[in-house]
Design a protein around this ligand. Sequence first.
Ligand SMILES: Cc1cc2nc3c(=O)[nH]c(=O)nc-3n(C[C@H](O)[C@H](O)[C@H](O)COP(=O)(O)OP(=O)(O)OC[C@H]3O[C@@H](n4cnc5c(N)ncnc54)[C@H](O)[C@@H]3O)c2cc1C
Ligand code: FES
Length: 367
Amino acid sequence: MIVNIIQDTGVLTAISTILGVMLVIAERWLNNYGDIKININGKRDIVVKGGDTLLSSLAEKQIYLPSACGGRGTCGACKCKVSEGGGPVLPTERPMLSKAELADDIRLSCQVKVKNEISITIPNEIFNIRKYRSKITEIIDYTYDIKGITFQLLDGDTIEFLAGQYVQLNTKSYGKVRQSVSRAYSVSSGPERKDHIQLIIRLVPEGICTTWVHNHLKVGDEVEFTGPYGDFYLRDTDADVIFVAGGSGKAPIKSMLEHLQVTGCDRKMTYFFGAKALRDLYLTDKMRAFEKVFPNFKYEPVLSHPEPDDVWDGKKGFIMPYFKDAIRDANNTEAYLCGSPGMINAVTKSLKELGVPEEKIYYDSFG
Ligand SMILES: Cc1cc2nc3c(=O)[nH]c(=O)nc-3n(C[C@H](O)[C@H](O)[C@H](O)COP(=O)(O)OP(=O)(O)OC[C@H]3O[C@@H](n4cnc5c(N)ncnc54)[C@H](O)[C@@H]3O)c2cc1C
Ligand code: FES
């Protein structure tokens, strides 16, 4: 009896091992698409190993499309026109694509698999996006969950970007996290400082990249990033400006203000910074110093839920009711918003109700 059970178990183990090996071989064989040509803008061909996503295949060839969500299909930043060879549009792409985009063969490059020859169109600016190697030279605790980090470029390298743009950090494996991910972070330093960038990073509980940054990175570590990305930059007009930020959304606005400090600016600018309590405010002295630099700039921190022992006689509650006092002529007002999707939606709605034209409301949503 026992001998029979042992024999049966042995046979089952052998069968499952053989099936396992067959599956691995089949998968390798089925996914072996060989070398595949991607035609870019009708001008240039690159050859990549088939089977990977279009986004990763291009990155392999140092062509970096923005991918703020790290390829999860939730940001829409990686869109590009795939005129041939993209296969059917996947259900994971549809929520991010408008009817007009679908009709124009726009796809999410992080979802499209390269299985056969493909033709794509990408803007020329993409070719300016590069990978940079850097070393961390400073880490500052701004609050209990927000750090400011300085990345010095290696080998005398320099970076050109517009104040307000972002880079994507590539993480390394740490602890139990084996995979490397890429996440977007707005540059907080001004573009005049070309040999280093500073980022402001808020810890997201259980977040892959922010846990790496907050709990594992230290001064002296080498970090890779790509960039610059994005079209969140200050328009060169004479319109009044309303800045609105929460949490680490202070980063791109700090970069814009540092840039304006160099160029000079007499536009009327009001900066509303939303925080829960006193412990969430940071860089307040720096922002107050800008009030002395610019003739027409006001920094307005607003606390939504001050702690009982917070000594605070500034603005309280929601930010939105304070906008109307900052608007002289809604038609001649631009707004720059940065922070959580919830905040951006609520603020956009309120500004539109006050008459600020939708096309003059610019934002970077950190969601
Ligand atoms: C254009 C752009 C610029 C950005 N700039 C900055 C910046 O300057 N500073 C900064 O701190 N962040 C910034 N972000 C957000 C950043 O890219 C990451 O999404 C964030 O740091 C979380 O990454 P993670 O790998 O730690 O978390 P993940 O591993 O991606 O997420 C873990 C979990 O947290 C949730 N989650 C993800 N992001 C958030 C969030 N922001 N708040 C709450 N929950 C979240 C996810 O849904 C998931 O359930 C920016 C995002 C974009 C799109
Ligand atoms: S990288 Fe975010 S949707 Fe493709």
